[in-house]
Write a protein that binds this ligand. Structure first.
Ligand code: PHE
Ligand code: ZN
Length: 869
């Protein structure tokens, strides 16, 4: 056998600058799967056309495939013509310009716990190929810029595997001898290997259909496990809404006459956009109002839309290489955000997206795993499915839209779609298309957004000439992250502002900052205030942080005059943050606290038309995870205590108003989603405040909702009891558990609740969850519920002796062996330790060192090295 060097897992970075097109094209692929009891035989036929005539060898990727035979154009290859290394196959010499390679191999899905490649979930055989899972199924040059047409034959025992699915159209279905059967699927659209999928098993199908705008009938099939049929109506409706929306908004029609969705219990991520065969984590398909909260219903609708939208942004136009991941993900997130905004409340959606970005992406970007939206290098691409690639990527696209205005944006987008249809494209090409006819924005300069990491800071200072009515706004931008050369360059930043002239009049403008420092001059500003009051980054017009010279008194006026939901929310959150910091580092600032309470009181009393979701946001004291990355020196136990104290204080002081509001909204809380959702959101916030204020009158009321037929309300009841130590807490926990123990999707809420509550002997309590008879070791959902609740909701995780950290470290080591994808993502909770005070900081470093000394998956190794670096 020949020798090849194996350059993966060698701790060698894959670099963007090293990108080279592949030496061959592979226009057609035929895959033949024979499903047996203990293994699957995979016969692969790849048709090659040589593009680079100077090459006479071929390297293919493959992991854990047992190769039986290889044929080159029908003739069996002798062993000295190829060599198989751990992750590669090298064939040499290949002198022909076109040839077919046939590889016969076997794989073992039952022994695969990684949930990558082909694996089994509750008896169902399924696949996950993005990003590099195809190479665990079949030998291939497993990269996104090779687009091929796939033909797939699947053969299996009919009793265990009555349903056999793959991408495209079903062209043949046949019974065979020995109670076996076969099917053939053909996908007419060329696609990269990461979009391949196969599903085989006992599944029940719920059918529906959709008529496209050109009047083509699309058959919709949703496949679920037996007994789950009653939970799919919401998903089907969501899919049809998505299909319609993409036609109306972007003129994009579905391109096949069949669309399949399969719900799988054991799935690492949310969902996957495989061509015409989307595979979903069952928690994102199975839904109805009794089992699913309002928030989850909206999320499911959004994820179904997201995966469906990938059919154009991702599948028809795919990514040239994985550095371009945000080309499909940022763009598709942007599209699903727009979809939700159009269907529901645009201002609330914007507020929620901004809130999420700040909590998750800013946190990531300020820590050791910070990276640009288009990274320049990586070790494991799986580690780059991050909120930076997804949500910050979507923000960059949103800024492009703000800068060029909606109509131009839509034209550029359509232009991009038609130019690159059937191709693998880059982020550069996308930006060029959007900015094609624009003279004001320099393409290359704008692209700096994709190269920088870290969150930039913009500072504002007003200069006001009252006599001449001239307002000057001095603006500067800085990125304090110095590890990346591009971070020194100025970004193009759209700044939506409003200047308040008096209580009812304001001027709205978009400033476009292009340099490091700029001064904007505004004339004829007829302001009645001592100095014009300005709100900045309305509607969160850029994913950045900012500082202003706005005084506290002015902020209170902004709260009175603003109509922009995001700004109202942001102003209040800024005040809460200040109150929390004062209490942690100095003395409580009674003056500010009282003023905020007075303002809130007047908003609840007088502003009858305020949106109730917005009111709920305004009345919510920030949570630990919201505030953690905003403060410099974190003493977690102090932070938890301060938040509890504020909930007590605000609940006590606002009790009368809150009780009145509760009465007012009561009649609407039984309405069916999407109606009544704002009321239900507010009810949870009010319950929390009142319960924390020790107002006994509310307890029984809340408890009575625990087995309500609205999951939103019963989960709200659970949530608000999390930090209330009383005997009733155990009671509601048991009621919920007994009601839902046979529904794994719902029961994960109970696992989450149990792991959040603080009781003595805490780790025993958590460990009991792992030992619970309903805990499913193979389910990432349950594992994530327990771990996430413990580290983000339970202050005992931060016990001063470090025992909570050590406990979690051991769980990390235990589960890294079977599911590195989930664990390497989870490990990032330790990434903010530099902001922590001692002994917490010291204790975290200790457990990180401990983790590091163990044998780790490459995914987790990359993250731990980054964190400790
Ligand atoms: N591409 C999927 C999505 O965002 C996410 C995903 C990535 C799923 C990798 C599985 C594996 O829609
Ligand atoms: Zn996606």
């Amino acid at each position: 056998m020949l020798n090849v060097s194996d350059n993966k897992n060698n701790n060698q970075y894959i670099k963007l600058e090293d990108y080279k097109p592949f030496d061959y094209e592979i226009p057609n692929i035929f895959l033949d799967f024979i499903i047996e009891d203990k293994r699957v035989i995979v016969k692969t036929e790849l048709e090659f056309i040589k593009k680079n005539i100077n090459i006479n060898s071929l390297i293919l990727d493959g992991i854990d495939i047992f190769v039986e035979k290889i044929y080159l154009d029908e003739s069996l290859l002798e062993e000295n013509n190829y060599s198989i290394q751990k992750n590669r196959l090298l064939i040499k010499p290949i002198l022909k310009e076109t040839f077919t390679l046939k590889i016969v191999g076997t794989i073992k899905p039952k022994e695969n716990f990684s949930l990558l490649g082909m694996y089994e979930s509750n008896g169902i055989i399924t696949t996950q190929c993005e990003a590099e899972g195809f190479r665990r199924i079949s030998y291939h040059s497993d990269r996104p810029d090779i687009l091929s047409k796939y033909k797939v034959r699947i053969e299996a025992n009919k009793e265990d595997f009555p349903v056999l699915l793959s991408n495209g159209n079903l062209v043949k279905a046949n019974d065979l001898k020995h109670r076996r059967h076969e099917v053939i699927w053909e996908d007419p659209y060329p696609k990269p290997s990461y979009l391949f999928a196969l599903v085989a098993g006992k599944l029940n199908c719920i059918k529906d259909n959709f008529n496209t705008k050109s009047n083509k009938k699309v058959e919709i099939n949703i496949y679920v496990e037996k007994g789950d049929e009653k939970y799919v109506k919401h998903s089907i409706n969501s899919l049809k809404k998505s299909m319609k929306w993409d036609e109306e908004k972007y003129n994009l029609e579905y391109d096949l006459s069949l669309f399949n969705i399969v719900a799988i219990r054991h799935f690492n991520m949310g969902a996957m956009e495989n061509k015409s065969l989307n595979i979903f984590n069952s928690k994102l398909i199975l839904a109805n109002k009794e089992t699913t909260t309002d928030e989850e219903l909206e999320r499911i609708e959004g994820v179904i839309a997201h995966e469906y939208f990938h059919n154009w942004t991702g599948n028809r136009i795919t990514c040239r290489d994985w550095f371009q991941l945000s080309l499909k993900e940022g763009l598709t997130v942007f599209r699903d955000q727009e979809f939700t905004s159009d269907l529901h409340n645009r201002s609330i959606k914007r507020l929620e997206d901004a809130k999420f970005l700040r909590k998750a992406q800013f946190r990531e970007d300020s820590g050791p795993t910070s990276h640009p939206v288009r990274p320049e290098k990586y070790l494991e691409i799986d580690n780059f499915y991050t909120t930076t690639i997804y949500e910050k990527g979507a923000e960059i696209i949103r800024m492009l839209k703000t800068l060029v205005k909606e109509e131009n944006f839509n034209n550029g987008f359509s232009n991009f779609i038609s130019t690159y249809d059937g191709k693998a494209a880059t982020i550069d090409q996308f930006v060029n298309k959007i900015l094609e006819n624009n003279k004001e924005i320099n393409n290359e300069k704008f692209k700096t957004w994709y190269k920088q990491n870290g969150t930039p800071l913009v500072k504002f200072k007003r200069k006001w000439d009252k006599e001449k009515q001239i307002l000057k706004i001095q603006v500067s931008q800085i990125n304090s992250n110095k590890k990346n050369l591009y971070n020194d360059l100025p970004l193009i930043i759209p700044i939506n502002i409003a200047i308040f002239l008096n209580s009812y009049e304001k001027i709205k403008k978009t400033l476009i900052l292009k340099e490091k420092e700029e001064e904007f001059t505004l004339e004829n500003i007829n302001s009645k205030f001592d100095s014009p009051i300005i709100s900045y980054f309305r509607n969160f017009s850029a994913p950045i942080k900012w500082e202003t010279d706005t005084t506290f008194a002015e902020k209170l006026l902004i709260l009175e005059f603003e109509t922009d939901y995001f700004t109202i929310y942001d102003t209040i959150k800024g005040i809460y943050k200040k109150i929390i910091c004062k209490r942690i580092y100095e003395e409580p600032d009674i003056n500010i606290e009282n003023k905020l309470i007075t303002t809130l009181r007047s908003i609840i009393r007088n502003n009858k038309s305020i949106n109730l979701s917005l009111l709920s946001e305004i009345l919510s004291i920030p949570t630990f995870s919201e505030i953690e990355s905003e403060i410099k020196k974190v003493d977690p136990l102090k932070v938890y205590k301060t938040i509890d104290d504020l909930n007590y204080l605000f609940g006590t002081k606002l009790k009368v108003e809150l009780l009145n509001k509760l009465k007012e909204i009561d009649k609407n809380i039984t309405k069916l989603w999407p109606e009544g959702k704002d009321e239900r959101k507010l009810i949870e916030t009010i319950w929390r405040l009142l319960l924390h204020s020790k107002y006994e009158g509310i307890k029984n009321k809340v408890i009575s909702y625990i087995d309500s037929n609205s999951m939103t309300l019963s989960k709200a009841a659970l949530n608000v009891f999390t930090r209330i130590n009383c005997p009733e807490r155990e009671l509601i926990s048991n009621i919920f558990f007994n009601k839902w123990k046979h529904n794994p999707v719902v029961l994960d809420n109970w696992f989450f609740f149990k792991a959040s509550i603080e009781i003595n002997n805490n780790q025993k309590n958590i460990e009991a969850l792992f030992k619970n008879e309903y805990f499913d070791v193979k389910s990432p959902n349950t594992l994530k519920s327990i771990l996430n609740a413990y580290v983000t909701r339970n202050s005992l995780f931060h016990s001063r002796d470090g025992s909570g950290y050590k406990y979690v470290a051991d769980k990390i080591l235990e589960y890294d062996k079977s599911n590195p994808i989930v664990i390497s993502r989870f490990l990032k909770i330790f990434s903010t330790f530099r902001q922590y005070e001692n002994p917490y900081k010291r204790n975290i470093i200790k457990v990180l060192d401990y983790i590091k000394k163990n044998k780790l998956s490459p995914n987790t190794r990359e993250i731990i090295d980054a964190i400790l670096n």
